[in-house]
Design a protein around this ligand. Structure first.
Ligand code: FAD
Length: 394
């Protein structure tokens, strides 16, 4: 057993922790990353970065080294009410989570030590101390807790979580392959629900290295029989949910493991502790359907590492009030608020049956159809029967 010390101890090497380690290491700070695994293993998390997330990644200075691992879709075909309404330009980058995190980890300079073990305890003090599974102790001026959904260490600090929406959504992730061996005709595809009783946000199919990946976001309970079917007969379950899907995809197969992850929307209550700061999912979760998790992670880390840490490390100790200033950072607060609002709105607009919401969905259909038509999707009958049918449903 030995006692080590560092200026910054980063617990957790997912997207948040790895980005913090790369940024702080590149800035020449004395930092240590603690995560049980030397390389990120496959985990079902964010698998596609949109343009806003790519812009945030650029702010961290890591984009140029990470993006070569990703597949940019170029264009996305949009299906609403069972009809292809648009083929819109898109610059989203598909990348499996372990490839993303490992690409970020490769940018962590050698001056950042990696302890390949688990943190088993943490004591909040003027100078926090953490205990490793090896029995070693680390004293740090600042501890960045980037431990994702793992609740263990928060309990040591008596930080309580507030559940804003239990089982808010369920994400289902799988690989999709065209049956005939040719590529799909679409570069990427998004299918929105036809009826509120599908209780789905959307299906997105997009390229990643080595094939096409699909993410389906639904608002079902964990006991829903449709989920059981997804576990055992995913293709049949998908076609039951979206009966017209094959007219856009052609015959397809679903291969490999089907990931199914429910998400509670939670945030931490009064997490200010001297010298300890929570980032990413450890601070608050997001709805994967809203696609804002990576925005939150990258905003948290970028604001922390570029603005707060350099000032904090010049001080004798980092007080709870300093940490509170970070949690009240206007850019971070706005990002948190946008993420929550988007999650709640998407749920309402996907499943709501009020006249107002049905009208909103119909209007969205017409607007996107017109855009699609302007972009040259000529076969759409926007002014005619298709939109009349949809508006009648609305
Ligand atoms: C199914 C799913 C789909 C999603 N889809 C999207 C999407 O489409 N778009 C989007 O923007 N966001 C999405 N998200 C959200 C996004 O993936 C997360 O916000 C992001 O991955 C969180 O990163 P993180 O580093 O905070 O946590 P994590 O990636 O969970 O990393 C936590 C790390 O902490 C380590 N750790 C935990 N405890 C300890 C310990 N005691 N000691 C040492 N290490 C520890 C773990 O090993 C892990 O490496 C999705 C999330 C899920 C679950």
């Amino acid at each position: 057993m030995s006692n080590l010390s560092t200026d910054v101890a980063i617990i957790g090497g997912g997207l948040a922790g790895a980005t913090a380690a790369a940024m702080l290491g590149r800035a020449g700070h004395d930092a240590m990353l603690i995560d049980p695994h030397m390389a990120q293993r496959p985990e079902f998390r964010v698998e596609k970065l949109d343009e806003s997330q790519l812009a945030l990644l650029r702010l961290t200075g890591l984009a140029d080294d990470v993006l070569p691992q990703a597949c940019v879709d170029g264009q996305v075909w949009v299906v609403r009410y069972g009809r292809l309404v648009d083929r819109k330009p898109s610059g989203r980058a598909g990348i499996m989570y372990h490839d993303l995190v490992n690409a970020v980890r490769q940018q962590i300079p050698a001056n950042v030590r990696h302890a390949a073990t688990k943190v088993t305890g943490i004591a909040g003090d003027a100078r926090p101390r953490i205990t490793l599974a090896t029995g070693d102790e680390i004293e740090a001026k600042l501890v960045i807790m980037a431990t994702g959904l793992n609740p263990g260490l928060r309990d040591f600090l008596e930080i309580k979580r507030e559940v804003l929406s239990p089982c808010h959504s369920i994400s289902i992730g799988f690989d999709m392959k065209p049956e005939d061996g040719h590529p799909f005709t679409f570069p990427a595809l998004t299918v929105f629900p036809e009826k509120p009783d599908q209780s789905m946000a959307y299906l997105t199919v997009f390229p990643v290295q080595g094939g096409m990946r699909a993410n389906l976001f639904v608002y079902w309970g964990m006991e829903d029989t449709r989920l059981r079917k997804f576990r055992h007969q995913p293709k049949e379950a998908l076609l039951e949910l979206i009966p017209g899907l094959a007219q856009f995809t052609g015959p397809f197969t679903i291969e490999g493991h089907v990931g199914i992850r429910p998400i509670d929307l939670v945030r931490m209550n009064a997490p200010e502790r001297p010298g300890i700061v929570l980032v990413g999912d450890a601070y608050s979760t997001s709805c994967p359907a809203a696609g804002t998790g990576a925005n939150k992670v990258l905003t948290d880390v970028q604001r922390l590492c570029s603005t707060y840490v350099p000032t904090w490390l010049g001080k004798e100790t980092i007080e709870a009030a300093d940490v509170a200033d970070y949690y009240a950072d206007p850019v971070k607060l706005q990002c948190e608020a946008d993420s929550l609002q988007k999650a709640l709105w998407l749920h309402r607009v996907s499943t709501g049956t009020s006249m107002g919401l049905r009208t909103w969905r119909g209007a969205r259909f017409v607007a996107q159809s017109m855009l699609g038509r302007m972009r040259g999707l000529k076969h759409l009958d926007v002014a005619g029967k298709a939109s009349t049918d949809v508006l009648r449903e609305a």
